[in-house]
Design a protein around this ligand. Structure first.
Ligand SMILES: [Zn+2]
Length: 176
C-alpha cells in the first residue's frame, strides 16, 4: 500500500495557501489567483482551530448576501476576511481539519472511511502537507474563482468592488 504522500489526495504544504483572518477580502482572492492551488486555503484565526475553506463557495456565499449592491461589495472587499465570514452563510464553505496529525506512512484507507475532512500530515516530526480525504474538498482545490462585473468581464479578484476592465460593479461570482 503506497504511503499517503504518494496519493492524489495529498497536497504538499507549499501548494495550499495559509491565510490570516485579518487579510482584506480582495487581497485574499488576489493572492489565491497566484497560488499553486487556486480553489482553497487554510484559514488561520488567532485562538481558533485552522479550517479549510473552499474559495469559490465562500465567494458565492458573499454574493448571495451582497447581490448587486455596489456599496456592499465595496465595503466587503476592504473588510478583513474574518468579519466577512461572520456575515455570510457558510454551509458548504468549510471542511473541518482533523485535530489528529497523521504520519506520512499511514494507510489511506482508514482516512477515507471518515466523513469529509482534512488531515495534517507529518513526516519525521515535521508537517509536510495536507490530506484531503474526499473528492468534495480535493476537486475544488484546483478551481478558480471569478468575479463578474455587470458587463460580463471576468476578474480574478473583486478589487474595490469594481471591474478591472471597465467602471461597472461586480455583480456575481463563478468558479471555473
Ligand atoms: Zn467590466
Amino acid at each position: 500500500m503506497p504511503s499517503i504522500i504518494e496519493s492524489g489526495h495529498f497536497v504538499p504544504l507549499a501548494n495550499l495557501n495559509s491565510i490570516d483572518s485579518n487579510q482584506r477580502l480582495s487581497d485574499v482572492y488576489r493572492q489565491l489567483s497566484q497560488a499553486p492551488l487556486t480553489g482553497s486555503f487554510i484559514l488561520r484565526e488567532p485562538g481558533r482551530s485552522e479550517i479549510y475553506v473552499k474559495a469559490p463557495a465562500l465567494a458565492h456565499a458573499i454574493s448571495t448576501v451582497v447581490g448587486e449592491d455596489f456599496s456592499k461589495w465595496e465595503m466587503f472587499c476592504s473588510m478583513p476576511l474574518g468579519e466577512v465570514i461572520a456575515r455570510v452563510p457558510t454551509t458548504g464553505v468549510f471542511v473541518d481539519i482533523d485535530n489528529r496529525q497523521v504520519e506520512a506512512n499511514s494507510e489511506e484507507e482508514n482516512l477515507r472511511r471518515v466523513p469529509d475532512r482534512v488531515f495534517t500530515v507529518a513526516q519525521r516530526g515535521r508537517i509536510v502537507g495536507w490530506y484531503l480525504n474526499h473528492e468534495s474538498a480535493l476537486n475544488v482545490s484546483t478551481k478558480r474563482t471569478v468575479f463578474i462585473c455587470a458587463r460580463g468581464h471576468r476578474n480574478k479578484d473583486p478589487d474595490t468592488g469594481t471591474c478591472y476592465t471597465c467602471p461597472a460593479p461586480i455583480v456575481k461570482t463563478e468558479q471555473e
